[in-house]
Write a protein that binds this ligand. Structure first.
Ligand code: ADP
Ligand code: MG
Length: 231
């Protein structure tokens, strides 16, 4: 469903360049929760940025649902991202003035591939999603009235509004205590399996490893598959 095929990414670093991702091949399959672990600065977030089509690799291909994203124009990539990719950042990045339900509704409207019927369909999904992440009872609260874990749930539900085939999540538990973190990880595993997303999840937290279907370890921009679990 998503394939990073021999990708390399460098950033400018004074007169030289630093290699953040070094010839990585990584596959995310439907219904599989793939964890990406590794030390700080090893290139985990850069890998997700490549998968999100937010940056272009220096070389290699990024295949999403059969399309080579590296060959798309900027606007084609934006459309692909909106329709096929859900992204959850480390901080939930919610709009302070909007209720949980409104955060999802805004995303539904943004989807606006024009058609009114499609927008209505996406709007209809909002309450189902809030229920799926356990927020039905607090759907009318604003971010300040929600706990950290609840805010992260809003961000997860929002990422799923367009029923993406690929879900990308960067360190979702870093601001949470262990128990809340474990709940979020369990939720992401369940959503991955129920909704059949190809989920790539960056985590440096070893305590959460048991919910991962596969674990890829990144060291100095190079990745290796370390465990695969059969369910
Ligand atoms: P991780 O998420 O594993 O901590 P990153 O992908 O953020 O790793 O960073 C990988 C390497 O790329 C590091 O050496 C980091 O300093 C460098 N890097 C990341 N983002 C940028 C950027 N925007 N500009 C320059 N260097 C960057
Ligand atoms: Mg990072």
């Amino acid at each position: 469903m998503i394939l990073l095929d021999d990708v390399t990414l460098t950033y400018p670093d004074g007169d030289a360049r630093v290699t953040a991702v070094d010839r990585v091949t990584l596959e995310g399959r439907s219904g599989v929760l793939t964890g990406i672990t590794g030390p700080s600065g090893s290139g985990k977030s850069s890998l997700l940025a490549l998968a999100a089509t937010l940056v272009r690799p220096d070389s290699g291909r990024v295949m999403i649902a059969g399309t080579d994203a590296t060959r798309l124009s900027r606007s084609q990539a934006t459309t692909l991202r909106r329709e096929s990719i859900g992204i959850v950042f480390q901080q939930p990045q919610l709009l302070p003035a909007l209720t949980a339900r409104e955060q999802l509704r805004v995303m539904a409207e943004l989807g606006g591939s024009g058609r009114r019927e499609r927008r209505a369909l996406v709007r209809g999904r909002v309450d189902e999603l809030l229920d799926a992440v356990g927020l039905a009872a607090v759907a009318d609260r604003r971010p300040a009235q929600l706990s950290g874990g609840q805010r992260q749930r809003v961000a997860i539900a929002r990422a799923l509004v367009h029923e993406p085939s690929v879900l990308l999540v960067d360190e979702p538990t870093s601001a949470l205590d262990t128990a809340r973190g474990a709940e979020i990880m369990g939720l992401l595993a369940r959503l991955t399996h129920e909704r059949q997303t190809a989920t790539l999840l960056v985590t440096h937290d070893l305590v959460h490893r048991e919910v991962l279907d596969e674990t890829v370890e990144v060291v100095d921009g190079r990745a290796a598959l370390v465990t695969t679990r059969t369910r």
